[in-house]
Structure formats: C-alpha cells, structure tokens
Design a protein around this ligand. Structure first.
Ligand SMILES: [Zn+2]
Ligand SMILES: [Zn+2]
Length: 318
C-alpha cells in the first residue's frame, strides 16, 4: 500500500478512518494513549495536503504578482508610448497564457520548499536580522543575483542550441517584439529551469527573508521591464560605466532581434567574458513597425489610432 494512503484503496481508507475515530476516542478517554501510534496514513495525507496547498498558494502568488507587475508596466507603456502594442493582441494573449502556465510550474518547487522551511527547518532562510552581520544583507542579495544570472546565462545559451530551441525556447522568441506580458512566456521545459534555481539557492546561501523578498522583486521587475520594448530606467543604468555591466531592456531587445547574443539576465559579465555581448539594441525598428500598425489601423477606418500615431515617439537606446 502507498504510505500516503492515496492509492485509491477505498476500503483501506475507510478502515483507517474508522480505527482513527476509535483511537481518538481512546486518546480522549485515556490521554496516555499516544495518538501517533496509529498507522500514519492520515498524518501523511495531511502532510501532502499541506504541501499541495503551499504549492497552490505559491502558484497564486506568482501568478497574481505577474499579472499585477506586467499589467502595471503595460499600462505605463500605454501612457508613455501609446500604440506600441497596437496589433499585438493575439501575441499578448499567448504571452499571458504561457506565463500563467509558468506560474503553476514556478509554484511547485517554491511551495514545497516554503512548506519545508516552515515545517521542517529546511533552507538557510533566516528571520532574525542580526543572525548575520548587517553588511551581509546586501551581499546575500548580490550573491543570489550573481548565482541566478550565471544559471540563466548558461541554461539560456543551452536553450539556443537547435534542439532545445525548437522544443522549448522558441515559445519565448515567438514574441516579436516582446511586450511587458512576455516576462514569463516560457515553454514548460524552460519554466522548470527557471523555477528550480531560487528554491535551490535558499539551501546554499543564507538569506534574510526580507532580502529574499527583494531578490524576488528585482527578478520580477527586471523580467517584465527587459521585455517592455522601451527603456524605463535612467540613462546611467544602461549607458556609461555602470550601464556597461547591467542588463536592461536595451540589452535584451538585441537578444530578441538577433538571437545568438546577449544571453544574460541581470549582468553583462558572462556575455562580455564569453564574447556574446553585442551591445545595446535599438528600439527604432520596433517603434517604426508599431507606428506602421497604427497607421494601417487608421487607414482601415480606425480613427482612434490618429492620436496614437502622433504620440508614438520612438526612443532610441543605441
Ligand atoms: Zn526574453
Ligand atoms: Zn533566448
């Protein structure tokens, strides 16, 4: 019999439940009768239920977080560059569905590890801010970002090999040009590679729960803004000395245009070291295409597009 009792053996489960009632009665009338002496089926079942609920809760958190952050930046795009996503409705719907599916995949390892952290003392996540020196707080955030970036660079490069690309990564590159909704638009295989890294790192690198929240926030915001089609960050973050090492939308835009370059996530270190950094992308082409889509909508009678066409001012990154 399956130890968790979820083997579909109804007779055994009913029997277990009946004897559990008897045991509870015994425990009630004779408190010295240890309830844990009963076969562990109900407890195991409860444990799996708790893990399942934790995974579902994490899925909901990741999914809602994606919808809020992508929705907010999509709204910012409509305000800043009206018309930029004009004519991309079908693509954006696809991006949202792939992203929701990815949220479910992200929720599973996160939910299991969150349950283990709360109930089994797993992970190196700590809640007492003084458990490590204060200088360690920013260091741990940086360590997570560097480790995640390294993992992303190499798995991303691998996914650009012909077979994995065709099998999985093509889903992400079907977004041409990507929008703020493309942040988690991954094939399930790619989603798994992204979903396991933070749950693995919390076992290896001690991190305060607040710092972990910051890492997840940076991860979410950069995932969205890198695909937004325009540069939301101040110029010093993508130009000059600091910009030479950081990745923002201008850098990732080139990856979506040329494929075989600019593989990194947060930092340009690996791209520069491995000769795959081809510099910043140029939003001119995608903004001109957006303006053309708006113009054709106007031609076909969409008078509402006039205002969009006038205010869609391409902003060049390079
Ligand atoms: Zn991308
Ligand atoms: Zn790629």
């Amino acid at each position: 019999m399956d130890i968790d009792g979820l083997d579909g053996n109804g007779g055994e489960q009913v029997g277990a439940s009946l004897s559990m009632q008897k045991l509870r009665f015994l425990h009630h009338t004779h408190p010295t009768t240890p309830i844990t002496q009963h076969p562990i089926i109900p407890y195991k079942r409860l444990m799996w239920l708790a893990i399942l609920l934790s995974a579902l809760a994490m899925t909901a958190i990741v999914g809602v977080r994606y919808l809020i952050v992508s929705g907010a930046f999509a709204a910012a795009t409509r305000a800043r560059h009206p018309g930029l996503y004009r004519g991309l409705d079908a693509q954006m719907r696809r991006e949202i569905w792939w992203s929701i599916a990815s949220a479910a995949i992200y929720g599973i390892p996160a939910g299991i590890v969150a349950w283990g952290w709360q109930n089994r003392g797993w992970t190196q996540i700590y809640t007492d801010v003084h458990a490590y020196p204060l200088w360690y707080l920013p260091v741990s955030v940086l360590a997570f970002l560097v480790a995640h970036d390294t993992w992303f660079y190499w798995t991303h490069r691998w996914m650009h090999r012909p077979k994995p690309f065709k099998l999985a990564h093509a889903v992400h590159h079907a977004s041409r040009p990507p929008t703020a909704w493309a942040a988690m638009a991954f094939h399930p295989i790619e989603a798994i590679t992204g979903a396991v890294i933070i749950p693995l790192l919390v076992f290896l690198i001690p991190i305060h729960v607040g710092s972990l929240g910051l890492v997840l926030t940076i991860m979410t915001v950069m995932g969205v803004t890198n695909h937004m089609g325009w540069e939301v960050f101040p110029r010093f973050m993508w130009r000059g000395a600091l910009g030479g090492w950081l990745i923002t939308a201008s850098h990732h835009q080139r990856h979506h245009e040329q494929y075989g370059c600019n593989y990194g996530l947060y930092f340009r270190f690996w791209d520069r070291l491995c000769g795959t950094d081809k510099g910043l992308g140029d939003f001119t082409k995608s903004h001109a295409k957006a303006a053309a889509r708006v113009a054709s909508a106007v031609d076909s009678g969409g008078r509402a597009g006039v205002a969009d066409a006038g205010s869609s001012s391409p902003r060049h990154a390079a």
